[in-house]
Design a binder for this molecule. Structure first.
Ligand SMILES: [Zn+2]
Length: 76
């Protein structure tokens, strides 16, 4: 077993979805060695397929969420 040390380089506005060119919020490191970038929309769409071929999925779609589920504060 090899321990994969993630450099944890956050995605930036310069990272673009491979499918539509929108800002990428998911980085998918493939088992085969490549890397794919997806926007939140396409990341969700391809998630079941990606999980089969990904060694690692860096998911930053949480940054899109205005009301995090884990916030705890219930203002209603
Ligand atoms: Zn996209």
């Amino acid at each position: 077993m090899t321990t994969v040390l993630t450099p944890a380089s956050p995605l930036t506005a310069g990272d673009r979805c491979d499918r539509c060119g929108a800002q990428a919020y998911l980085r998918v490191v493939l088992i085969s060695g490549g890397e794919l970038l997806f926007c939140a929309h396409h990341g969700r769409k391809f998630e079941p397929e990606l999980k089969k071929i990904a060694a690692e999925i860096q998911d930053e779609t949480g940054r899109l969420t205005e009301t995090p589920a884990s916030a705890g504060a219930d203002e209603r």
